[in-house]
Ligand binder design. Sequence first.
Ligand code: HH2
Length: 278
Amino acid sequence: MKLRVRDKIIDLDEPVIMGVLNVTPDSFSGDGVVDVAAALEQARVMVGEGARVIDVGGESSRPGAQAVSLDEELRRVVPVVERLARETTAVISVDTAKPEVAQAVLEAGAHIINDITGLRDERMAGVVAKYGAAVVLMHMQGTPETMQRDPQYDDVVREVAEFWRQRTRRARAAGVGADQIVLDPGIGFGKTMEHNLELLRATRNLVAEFREPVLIGASRKGFIGRLTGHEEARDRVFGTVALTAMVVRDGAAMVRVHDVAANLDAVKLVQVWRDERD
Ligand code: HH2
């Protein structure tokens, strides 16, 4: 399977590590950086460790996070994308739900728009299509500010699948190619621990049901802390790596993680397991 991102093709036969680069002062994972030089350095380290995509985010989406203004998000993200595009060969993804930010970063050389609202703003699909970029369609119930208050579903897996179908249609109608769409269940976004686990356990079935690649972002998230007894986000790396192994084994094509080297080890071992079996 391949993902077309503007003038580049990402081969998905080897699962892809998307390294998280938060240019925010308040990310839950505790790894946010605020100046361009530090961001560039962090990106270089992640690429050196084997990340094939760098996901730049200028707005924290942790539960309860306040929205960031358009100007502030542009100020945080655009200079980093410009430098990454000029000075590295990394595939650049930008985590944004704002079409104006998408337009600016695509102009600056980004390849993928990671929209955690899955094209809630209808203008977003047109911007992505205009630049021939790829898009991540993530499911979220509510908004980061309110999403964890009391998430409710009749059947979380069916509702996420229906959302993916709907938003894939929206993207395709705007001109985004079938090979330019990535689907993400949005672990922790308007979901209880049980909802997260149901979705993760359904990975294999969801991968079989959809022809688009599936991305899982569970890195250092709260439910891992609850299951392993680690209060601090940075202590949840081992739990994250275990989950990476499981979802990649179940067919996830991409994982979005903070700790590239550790998670790549898991991916490599799962690959050996798969190759042995085939
Ligand atoms: N999770 C976060 C942010 N963006 N994008 C996708 N596609 N999938 C995810 O699961 C996802 C995401 C939250 O993690 P992080 O960026 O580390 O934290 P914060 O939003 O606080 O910056």
